[in-house]
Design a binder for this molecule. Structure first.
Ligand code: ADP
Length: 479
């Protein structure tokens, strides 16, 4: 059984390796811990190959070993996530390596272990030191499985089952021992607490693996062909588990995003409420001159609008998902809509920003829902303003592209890193959930915009460079 502990160990090792290089030192403790495993694995592999060639080299075991190797490689390439097992995905390859140990001895198990990990790691284009580490680990664990099986001799059902259990135990103990050793050495942490935790967290998959190994060897002793019957249920269980795990993972991610959303929305609600409350109290208590009174009323007006927009956004987000709101398609003038949105935005534009509108000459009317197009454009312009905290130019361009009308909003603001340009259109996704840049928002605006655009048979896209600004554009059909 290989778990993600192996991955954790090797990842950790690389981090230590690079930081050691940065600091000009060599020989990190992780390398010192890994090297003995690789050397021991190489020595055992040498003996295993010699033993196999000397004692078992006949066509029958070779075919059997190759069949088990193929099964182990497949199982290793598609590890199964087991819910509640913190160590990560579990590879079912152990079953076939133990099968090789019971049927053909320790040398065959070590070779199958080595070959499995070598091929899977090379196919995944891992670095050479990681390949050699993991392949050595499986060679040693395969050898241990072989020695475990020697504790039970005999061909009767009970002896075979016991051999499979002893073999699985040998593999498991060596696997966990070596991984724990490497991890604790590289992190300079005590060995035994880690070892106990690793054994406890992987006990359930070990039990499953040992029972499957028993079934495999019992079937195999009858006929290797009968053992093939095990493949069907194993594949189904593996696929089912992967699917369930995928669904659970996305639910967990959504739950995390919702928690983040609640925190952001609470903050977003609190700020305008505090301003409205403060302005109202001042108006009520103090004697205020008409000018001050006017500016306090403006605060109340502006902040109430902000609150309404926020609540609207939350309502819209749940509505676009649960019920498709049919767009009311009719013909209207794109230039006129853009001009209205731009002049409304200019009334509260920060002093360090300019907002320009450019339109192609004689544009044909658009066939879409005007109210929704207005909502989308307002949102994009508001985002351009919000995410340009250092000022700059914002441009709205209405043009005709490929027989459609294209609305594009460009800014010279914060920009969006390449890897985030798709996820910002998902629900609750914000690049700055902790409000570190001080710009608030719910992460719902672009999600709603994309839904609305697609309801009108259009597409909403982004082009952006981090630090240089962004262009959001959507297109709508011509009437
Ligand atoms: P929000 O309410 O957070 O603004 P949106 O769905 O409108 O939600 O945007 C999602 C995220 O995309 C924002 O939190 C922000 O990080 C990023 N974003 C949106 N528009 C821009 C823009 N014009 N420039 C830079 N980042 C943007």
């Amino acid at each position: 059984m290989r778990t993600e502990l192996a991955t954790a160990a090797t990842k950790r090792r690389y981090r230590l390796g690079s930081s050691a290089r940065e600091h000009g030192s060599t020989g990190p403790s992780a390398s010192r811990a890994v090297l003995p495993v690789v050397v021991a694995g190489a020595i055992l592999l040498g003996f295993a190959v010699a033993d196999f060639v000397l004692h078992y080299w006949s066509s029958h075991p070779v075919a059997g070993v190759l069949a088990l190797l193929a099964a182990a490689i497949t199982a290793e390439a598609f590890p199964v996530p087991i819910e509640g097992v913190a160590a990560g995905r579990t590879s079912l390859a152990t079953i076939f390596i133990v099968g090789a140990a019971v049927e053909y001895g320790w040398a065959a198990a070590a070779i199958v272990g080595f070959g499995t990990m070598l091929i899977v790691e090379l196919a995944s284009r891992r670095s050479i030191d990681r390949v050699s580490y993991n392949a050595s680990l499986y060679t040693l664990a395969g050898g241990a499985a072989g020695f475990g099986t020697t504790l039970s001799r005999g061909d009767d059902l009970g002896s075979l089952a016991a051999a499979a259990v002893f073999g699985s135990t040998g593999f498991y103990v060596v696997d966990i021992l070596l991984l724990t050793w490497v991890i604790t050495r590289s992190r300079s942490q005590p060995f035994f607490p880690w070892f106990r935790r690793a054994m406890m967290s992987t006990a359930a998959p070990f039990a499953v693996m040992a029972s499957l190994a028993v079934i495999l060897v019992v079937l195999w002793s009858r006929s290797p062909f009968a053992a093939v019957a095990l493949v069907g249920p194993l594949v189904v269980i593996a696929l089912y588990q992967r699917r369930v795990h995928g669904v659970l993972e996305s639910l967990r991610e959504l739950d995390r995003l919702k928690n983040e959303f609640i925190a952001v929305v609470s903050h977003e609600l609190r700020t305008p409420i505090t301003s409205v409350y403060g302005a109202a109290v001042t108006l009520e208590r103090a004697k205020v001159d008409p000018e001050k009174r006017e500016s306090l009323l403006q605060v109340i007006y502006g902040e109430s609008l902000r609150l309404v927009r926020l609540v609207d956004q939350v309502l819209w987000a749940s509505r676009v998902e649960t019920a498709r709101v049919e767009p009311r398609i009719h013909a209207w003038d794109a230039e006129e809509l853009a001009a209205t949105v731009v002049s409304a935005a200019r009334t509260h534009l920060p002093a360090n920003l300019t907002l320009e509108l450019r339109t192609h000459a004689s544009l044909p009317p658009v066939a879409a829902d005007r109210e929704k197009a207005n909502q989308i454009l307002v949102n994009l312009v508001e985002n351009a303003v919000k995410y340009s905290p250092n000022g700059g130019r914002i441009g709205v361009l209405v043009s005709r592209v490929d027989g459609r009308i294209r609305f594009a909003v460009s800014d010279e603001g914060l920009g969006i890193p390449d890897q985030d340009q798709e996820r910002i259109f998902e629900k609750f996704q914000r690049l700055d959930p902790d409000l570190a840049r001080g710009v608030g928002g719910t992460g719902l605006g672009l999600f709603i915009c994309r839904e609305l655009v697609s309801q009108m048979n259009g597409t909403l896209t982004v082009e952006s460079k981090e630090g240089d600004g962004s262009t959001f554009a959507f297109d709508l059909p011509v009437a």
